[in-house]
Ligand binder design. Structure first.
Ligand code: M6R
Length: 366
């Protein structure tokens, strides 16, 4: 059932062009500049009138939620709070009846997320689910929602579920923005065309697997790693670090690159690899300065850059080139090399990639 792959995780990483496409199928209509999300049709007014969106999740789903925050604020102009379900549920949070709560969960069975939903529901908020497992507990507890169509995810480390969640959040933000009139037709058109090209671009990153494996070999024995990104790529830095820690047991931290000088920069020496997500789209000049700061302290830089990049190539120890896209769609592409890097490092260290120690696929207890 691993389809010829050595592990489920690798199979699931490679499935992403298809799982992203499946999550858009019937929903993305680039030729008519439309997004159709049947599951939330009856609740679109709630979204349009919402003064706030609260996004709930745990682990990787929480990281997808952070990307959702940037998307909804940037495109649909709605303030967003992203909450760890476990903190939210015990915090006596302020919840209004006109809040829209988006609960994200691959399994649909995460206990904390489910409890947080029940709390928000009891306060009268509208609950929208983004889940992968059809008929699981969370979709049953929500008012409405849109499934991710990633297919079964067996590897404990979430990969294709993350990109599917980000895909659905993107569609949702675009749909709401269109209904609200907070996006110009031109921008909507451009983003839909670009979104449609993402699966092919993801494939282009997968085609660089050999190079990524080569880099993994160089860094497989480190004890610590930093992941840095800005803007839309900050949640990707968190996700890259989580992937490395959960399957290879290497201590890793993700940071917004500009926060480095407020503490983590003290950790940098010639032993410390920094994985920097540094594509052209976004705060490029700023991230170039962050790379300089690391190099000045002899840290190692492995940079994820846009195809054809020159400047960062001269500064970095290694670069991985990814296709260019709109800034807000970049996480769908920039996360791929980080998934592959973690996978190869874990395999090289002899770790049980699909079933890491101490972890379960779905956390159905608190
Ligand atoms: O099924 P869920 O999306 O609700 O699961 C949430 C987390 O438990 C999950 O993302 C976990 O962090 C993964 N092991 C990450 O790879």
């Amino acid at each position: 059932e691993k389809g010829g792959y050595e592990h489920f995780m690798l199979k699931e990483i490679y499935e992403q062009p298809r799982s992203i496409r499946d999550s858009m199928r019937g929903r993305l209509r680039p030729n008519s500049d439309q997004v159709e999300l049947g599951g939330i049709r009856d609740y679109i007014k709630k979204f349009v009138n919402a003064k706030r969106i609260i996004i709930l999740g745990c682990g990787t789903s929480w990281h997808a939620g952070l990307v959702g925050e940037y998307l909804f604020e940037d495109i649909a102009r709605i303030p967003v709070e992203v909450e760890y379900a476990s903190e939210f549920r015990y915090r006596n949070p302020v919840i209004y009846e006109d809040d829209v709560v988006i609960a994200i969960s691959q399994s649909g069975e995460t206990a904390d997320t489910l409890a947080a939903i029940e709390l928000a529901k009891s306060k009268g908020a509208t609950i929208i689910g983004i889940c992968n497992v059809i008929g699981s507990s969370i979709p049953r507890a929500t008012h409405a929602g849109s499934y991710t169509h990633a297919g079964p995810e067996i590897g404990v480390a979430s990969t294709k579920a993350f990109t599917a969640q980000v895909t659905v959040l993107t569609l949702m933000a675009l749909h709401v923005a269109h209904q609200k009139g907070s996006i110009t037709n031109q921008r909507l058109h451009r983003l839909l065309i670009e979104l449609d090209s993402i699966p092919d671009k993801v494939q282009k990153v997968l085609d660089q697997n050999e190079k990524i494996k080569y880099i993994a070999e160089i860094y497989k024995d480190v004890h610590n790693a930093l992941y840095l990104g800005r803007g839309y790529n900050f949640p990707v830095a968190l996700e890259g670090a989580l992937k490395l820690k959960e399957i290879s047991y290497i201590h890793a931290e993700g940071y917004p690159a500009a926060e480095m000088k407020h503490g983590p920069i003290a950790l940098i020496d010639e032993e410390m690899p920094c994985f920097v997500i540094a594509p052209r789209a976004g705060a490029y000049d700023k991230i170039v300065s962050n790379i300089q700061e690391v190099k000045a302290r002899k840290g190692k830089i492995i940079a994820i850059v846009t195809e054809g990049e020159k400047l960062i190539k001269e500064m970095a120890d290694h670069t991985i080139e990814i296709p260019d896209t709109e800034e807000c769609l970049m996480p769908l592409i920039s996360v791929i090399p980080l998934q592959l890097l973690s996978y190869h490092i874990a395999v090289m260290r002899g770790c049980n990639v699909d079933q890491p120690r101490n972890l379960a696929k779905s956390v159905t207890v608190e």
